[in-house]
Design a protein around this ligand. Structure first.
Ligand code: GRF
Length: 194
């Protein structure tokens, strides 16, 4: 598959971008379909942007604080994404909820989340799972709708929580699984269109 066929992937990320890094590595080695053509962040200091630049991938920053309203920010996100003509948008640690303008302008948009949804949606999924004392958590890749981690589930994988494990340790265990699962889902979606 070439990026001129249906394989153009735009990634939105707010943080360290280790999942982005896994996607880039898997695509470079042919294990994951498609090519990341752009990485967009709401945070100018996101290390994910440095990873993209190091890989020669176009980047853009669309910062909520630069706009008068959330609507205006969502409109800017639509314009920014359109410029890259994505076939698939992947939220990989993107910590803002996208508005209806964005969700309806592109399909599909997928998100990876560090819990077995519908349990523990939101920004503190691992902390919440530990607080509830669950013994198994995991990760979910789902289609993005207008809600917070509410879209249809595409794939899930379980991760056991060892007794006494810290939030950081559990999150890292989950991310190990997320890095593989997101690549599998990307490949499944893109290859369905070939
Ligand atoms: C992942 O656990 C993702 O599910 C969550 O944020 C984390 C991103 O990790 N939304 P990284 O920035 O890719 O390392």
């Amino acid at each position: 598959m070439t990026t001129s066929s249906r394989g153009r992937v735009a990634v939105l990320a707010s943080g360290t971008g280790s999942i982005l890094g896994a996607i880039l590595a898997a695509q470079a080695s042919g294990v994951c379909a498609g090519s990341v053509v752009a990485v967009i962040s709401d945070r100018p200091d996101a290390p994910a942007l440095d990873r993209a630049r190091a890989a020669g991938i176009a980047t853009a920053v669309v910062r909520l604080a630069d706009f008068e309203s959330r609507d205006a920010w969502n409109d800017a996100m639509v314009q920014t994404l359109r410029a890259f003509k994505p076939d698939l948008i992947v939220l990989a640690g993107f910590m803002k909820v996208l508005g209806p303008q964005v969700v309806s302008a592109f399909a599909p948009i997928i998100n990876t989340h560090p819990s077995l949804l519908p349990a523990f949606p939101g920004a503190h999924a691992v902390r919440d799972a530990l607080a509830h004392g669950v013994k198994v958590t995991g990760c979910t890749v789902h289609l993005v709708d207008e809600g917070l981690d509410t879209g249809p589930i595409l794939a899930q994988r379980a991760v056991p929580i060892p007794h006494g494990a810290s939030e950081e340790d559990v999150h890292e265990q989950i991310k190990v699984v997320e890095r593989t699962l997101i690549c599998e889902v990307i490949s499944n979606l893109l290859c369905t269109w070939r």
